[in-house]
Design a protein around this ligand. Sequence first.
Ligand code: APR
Length: 320
Amino acid sequence: MARAKIALIGSGMIGGTLAHIAAREELGDVVLFDIMEGTPQGKALDIAEATAVFGKDVALKGANDYSAIADADVCIVTAGVPRKPGMSRDDLLGINLKVMKAVGEGIKQYAPNAFVICITNPLDAMVWALREFSGLPHKKVIGMAGVLDSGRFAYFLAEKTGVSVEDIHAWTLGGHGDDMVPMVRHSTIGGLPLPECVAQGFFTQEELDAIVKRTRGGGGEIVALLKTGSAFYAPAESAIAMAKSYLLDKKRVLPCAVYLNGEYGLRGLYVGVPAVIGKDGAERIIEFSTNDEEKAMFAKSVESVQGLIAACKTIDPSLA
Ligand code: APR
């Protein structure tokens, strides 16, 4: 069987890291694409040379022409401008919307059968716009945010309790913004819901609240430390987990920005919820039960996503 083809649209910090992980995991042949001449070619060659050291047989190539992504099985989109210190994800909207138009048209022309994972921020609006511009089926275009946000949540819980990250299952819902909804009641340590963990003395309610707050601000915490860019290792790992579930038809349940068509009482927008990822893309959406407090938080997060989509429609009337 031919190797899978993975197109990375955007070859910056996340794109390069994606290429490195995809090659090390022998997930498929990799094409790095970027508008910067030399960057995708240089990264592709550097990693290709490393394959001889780590012993994996995959081809890597860099390109500045969309024809190079032809017939890709998976496209992972990081093209755009990352957040700088003091800049909100929303400030990025206008700039990255134009990028999504170019990328969506490129995918439509050259890789219409691909499974597309968008990472570019502001995520929930960009994945919506990318789907609109590409015209691909909604199930085949999803956004990476929840795996990263939930990963951060799980890591902070592991750090606090000393329990293995493998035995912590954390979930976040909603948009990929500071008002995301960490699902405390549905997140577990060794199967024990977090409120029970408080009752059993793993941590106090105040400590749990602080972890929830830190999770919400997780992206900003890294931006403040790096000063010249945003997170890239954990975002890349998160998108690889999603791509792997699709390519291997693993049917993992992963929190992703998916198109809602009545689920959670919403229609016509992308927002983060758990979904089964398999060979058909986002095959099924899992609906968590929500109490009044969670419903209110989710509604607030959805409202900001709706605001961003409305702003996209104003900036580019072809989306209206
Ligand atoms: N087409 C293709 N590539 C583009 C385009 C475009 N129209 N515009 C910009 N790029 C490229 C840049 O040249 C750069 O190499 O996208 C790349 C982005 O890489 P970085 O600036 O290193 O950003 P990165 O850290 O990888 O983050 C990418 O993911 O998490 C989000 O907020 C983050 O939106 C940002 C994206």
